[in-house]
Design a protein around this ligand. Structure first.
Ligand SMILES: C[S@@+](CC[C@H](N)C(=O)[O-])C[C@H]1O[C@@H](n2cnc3c(N)ncnc32)[C@H](O)[C@@H]1O
Length: 289
C-alpha cells in the first residue's frame, strides 16, 4: 500500500468512527412513537424531519429533484446516502430505482431497515463503500446525486472522477454541498456536525470545485449559492424546536440522540461559519459530456 493509500484508509476509518452509531433505526422509531406516530404504518414524510441530514432538509431534496428532472426510468446513485432520506424520497416521488452508497455500515443498515418500513425496499438499495473507489461499473447511472457528503472526502478529484466514470454520457450530476468560504484567511470554526476538528474535514471553495468539475469533463447547467437560505433554515429549525418543545420538530432531538448531546452546539457553529463566510452552501447540476 502506498503512503497516500495508507493515509486515505486511516482517514476513512476516522470518518467512520465519527459517524458510527448503533441502533439508529430503533432510536428513530422510539422518537416517532413518542410523538404519536404509528410506527407500523410509517410514510416517507413521517421520517423526513429525521432522515434528511443536510441543511434545508426535505425542502432542499425536493427542490433539487424537481430541477434535475427525474422519472421512473432513471437509475440514480446517491453518494454518501446516510440513513437514506433523500433516496427514499426520490424513489417514492418519481418511482425511480435508487442505489445509496455510504462509507458507514450502520448508516446502510438503518437505511435498509427504514426503506422496508415504508415499503420501498423494491426500489432502493444501499451499499457500503467508499465514494472515491465505487463498487459500480462504468456508465451505470443516469443521475449521480450527492448532498453534504464531500466534506469528509479529501481527494475531491478522485471523487468527481468516480462520479464521472459511473455516469452515462449526458447523465447528470446533482451536488448540494458545503464548501469553504471564498476567503481562505477565514477558516472554519470547529466542531461542526461532520467533524470535531479539521483532521477529517476537507473543504474546497465553490470556485475551485466548479473549476475541477469542468476540467474533469462536466458542463455546468446550474450553480446556486444557498448559504443565505441555509442560515435561515437553521435559525427557523432552532426556533421551532425551542417553541414547540416537540421531540421531532426540525429533527433536533433525534439528532441529539444520533449525533450526541453536543448537536445544538455543532449546528450553532455551522450557522456562525455560514454567517461569517467561513463556509458556504451551494447546489449545482452538471452534465457529463
Ligand atoms: C452529513 S451525512 C449526509 C447524508 C445524506 N447525504 C443526507 O443528506 O441525508 C454525510 C454522509 O457521507 C458519508 N460519507 C463520508 N465520507 C464518505 C466516503 N468517502 N464515501 C461514502 N460515503 C461517505 C457519511 O458516512 C455520511 O453518511
Amino acid at each position: 500500500m502506498s503512503k497516500e493509500d495508507r493515509k486515505a484508509a486511516s482517514t476513512a476509518e476516522a470518518v467512520s468512527a465519527h459517524y458510527s452509531r448503533q441502533n439508529i433505526e430503533q432510536i428513530i422509531l422510539s422518537e416517532l412513537s413518542k410523538s404519536g406516530k404509528d410506527i407500523n404504518n410509517l410514510t416517507v414524510d413521517d421520517l423526513a424531519p429525521m432522515d434528511e441530514l443536510h441543511t434545508r432538509g426535505r425542502e432542499a431534496t425536493a427542490s433539487l429533484a424537481a430541477l434535475v428532472g427525474l422519472h421512473k426510468d432513471r437509475r440514480v446513485l446517491d453518494v454518501g446516502s446516510g440513513i437514506g432520506g433523500p433516496s427514499r424520497y426520490i424513489a417514492s416521488k418519481y418511482g425511480c430505482k435508487v442505489v445509496g452508497l455510504d462509507l458507514v455500515s450502520e448508516h446502510c443498515t438503518a437505511a435498509k431497515a427504514l426503506a422496508k418500513r415504508v415499503k420501498l425496499d423494491d426500489r432502493v438499495q444501499y451499499r457500503q463503500g467508499d465514494a472515491t473507489n465505487m463498487p459500480f461499473d462504468d456508465k451505470s447511472f443516469d443521475v449521480v446525486w450527492t448532498q453534504h457528503s464531500s466534506m469528509n472526502i479529501q481527494d475531491k478529484e478522485k471523487l468527481y472522477l468516480e462520479m464521472y466514470r459511473v455516469l452515462v454520457t449526458g447523465g447528470r450530476l446533482v451536488i448540494y454541498d458545503i464548501f469553504a468560504g471564498a476567503d481562505e484567511k477565514t477558516p472554519a470554526i470547529y466542531p461542526v456536525p461532520w467533524a470535531k476538528d479539521n483532521s477529517i474535514s476537507f473543504l474546497i471553495r465553490q470556485q475551485d470545485a466548479r473549476h475541477l468539475l469542468k476540467k474533469i469533463g462536466f458542463s455546468e447547467i446550474l450553480w446556486q449559492d444557498m448559504t443565505a437560505a441555509s442560515i435561515e433554515w437553521i435559525k427557523q429549525m432552532i426556533k421551532k424546536v425551542q417553541q414547540s418543545g416537540s421531540s421531532t420538530g426540525g429533527g433536533l432531538v433525534i439528532r441529539n440522540a444520533i449525533v450526541g448531546p453536543e448537536w445544538p452546539m455543532l449546528i450553532k457553529n455551522l450557522a456562525q461559519n455560514l454567517e461569517e463566510n467561513r463556509l458556504a452552501v451551494a447546489q449545482g447540476i452538471l452534465q457529463r459530456r
